[in-house]
Write a protein that binds this ligand. Sequence first.
Ligand code: ADP
Ligand code: MG
Length: 698
Amino acid sequence: MLEAFFTPRSVAVIGASREQGKVGHDVLRNLIQYGFKGRIYPVNPKATEVLGLPCYPSVEAVPGEVDLAIIVVPAAATLTVMEECARKKVAAAIIITAGFRETGREGAERERRLVEIARRAGMRVVGPNCLGIINTHADLNASFAAGMPAKGEIAFFSQSGAFGTAILDWAIGAGIGFSKFISVGNKADVDETTLLQAIGTDAESEVILGYIESVERGGEFMRVAREVSKRKPIVLFKSGGTAAGARAASSHTGALAGSDRAYSAAFKQSGILRAHQVMDLFDWGMAFAFQGRIGGPRVALVTNAGGPGIIATDAIEESSLEMATFTKETIESLRTRLPPTANLYNPIDVIGDAKADRYEAAIRAALADPGVDGLIVILTPQTSTECVPTAEVIAREAARTDKPVLACFMGGPRTDPGARLLMERRVPVYDFPERAVAAMDAMYRQHLWMTSPAGRAERFELDAGAIRAAFASAREAGRLELGEQEARAVIEACGIRLPRTILATDADSAVRAAREIGYPVVMKIASPDILHKSDVGGVKVGVASDDEVVRTFRYIRARVAEAQPRATIRGVLVQEMITGGKEVIIGMMRDPQFGPMLMFGLGGIYVEVLKDVSFRIAPVTRADAEQMIDEIRSIALLRGARGEPPSDIAGVTDALLRLSQLVTDFPEIVEMDVNPLKVFPKGEGVVALDARLTLADV
Ligand code: ADP
Ligand code: MG
């Protein structure tokens, strides 16, 4: 799809310069120096020859076809050059020149016109304002980066050119190879989604790493990533947690959501591994590139020092991995080969004076154990430690097994030669145990993703007519915010249970309602203008007698009249009092990039204090909803802590799925809270005690 960028037969450098140090010079030099085999055409009206190649006054003057144009002319000249490329039927252009959207209005307009020219001509564009691209497997360095990485299986794209150059230079030093490097710049045409799709089918790329600051087409991005990540790992680092959609939120969900939450949710649902530190990108990337897949969570550790073994064990406990338990045979085999002071159980401690032979015995025994899925070998430099021979042993044993082997060489000058040998032999090596564990954890999470069934959003019977009617009547009254009374109709139409409720317009009818429902009852102000009823003294729970109903009716009316004299009052809701169960919240807000984002959390009045919530982009699958519930810190409370019965988590899942369908089917809902949703013990379902929602202003 992007062949013209990655395997062009001919490349024109428009703006090729004779002057060393100029970008137009360096790009051409990189093309020549790193051995590009296709034809190279420098274009510059003021020169006849650049770097030994004949130079052309314009791209149209080039005798043969041009697959790829690299444009390095000043910003003001780019549109003319693009027109020429269009006439020349150039297939792809990399626009290195800056001075577009990133500089303001005029630049943005220039960028818009540039895209227009490209679209009309069917030309694809990388950039503008970028560093260029590299395809090591085609010996193509179409960039002004200083240097060329080795051939490898890691594809890396970056929204920051400077970050890209730093990484390239670092990778060259660390001995990490790349398949492709793409600096996407302003992403006027080719963006992260285009790249995921292209690299997804690229035989030379086994892992996709990316540094992004934003995602352009949220829905399409998720769709493509979900498909590609089933075949190869995608690890992304996303920077810039600036709050998008600065609109003041009227719901708890709106207040707790945010663009970073949306990215996290979208990544999880698309099988993208999110790097939390820049370091993670390559820590994980090389594990994927150098080692095979891990088939399960059980990790064995071999170490010559107690402390680092404990650090690694702790990190494993906190990850999705587990410490492997060895078979009797493994332990016996270790007993005969290791000194009596050695620890034979996981972590295997070969003791500080271990030489390479002891590591070899321990590694072989661990890898032979059927209860071990992966191995991490830790080495610290003691006086008798043989760093290089031990590295040799690790590399040899790693090459003989299908199980992934990662190494952690802690130290500096003494361990470096061993670490270098490991990297050359494709055993990822880390300087701290947590980093090795995090890399193996990423491998295991990728395995889980690849083996999990795809899952589709389920469909429920929603009463669409009732929902539309509720929205229409609110809009007719000029309101976009629906309080409990109106939102109840929507919740009911979704098939989520509600407490029995009767609207009373005077004290006598309130008493009749209470008797009909049965004592005790809850009484709540019924006003379309009041969304936070408790705040104005509009809620009373546990009303237990006729007398109390009469008093409460008057009390609520008086309190509300005082707090909000102008509110339209329809009466007082007399409601079935729901006892027992736990309060959770489910809600939704719309993210500008990814659309409807669902929230789940422990509810009630402390939700914004505890912030114990989780998010997913709707529509969600049952598995998504289950994971979402599982993800909150206080999940133990719902599972049944301290002798309490477990809560009806299946009931919450069902409610979340229904809400997911509601907000997907009705894009006009911009924000919504069901809080609290009461969850009863397992098998007894859920009840929505309160709800509110906001409609789009269309
Ligand atoms: P607000 O508009 O102030 O959020 P709610 O309807 O949520 O009003 O009521 C406030 C609190 O009262 C709820 O969080 C819940 O704890 C309790 N409550 C509300 N309705 C009921 C009910 N039917 N049964 C039991 N408790 C209720
Ligand atoms: Mg409430």
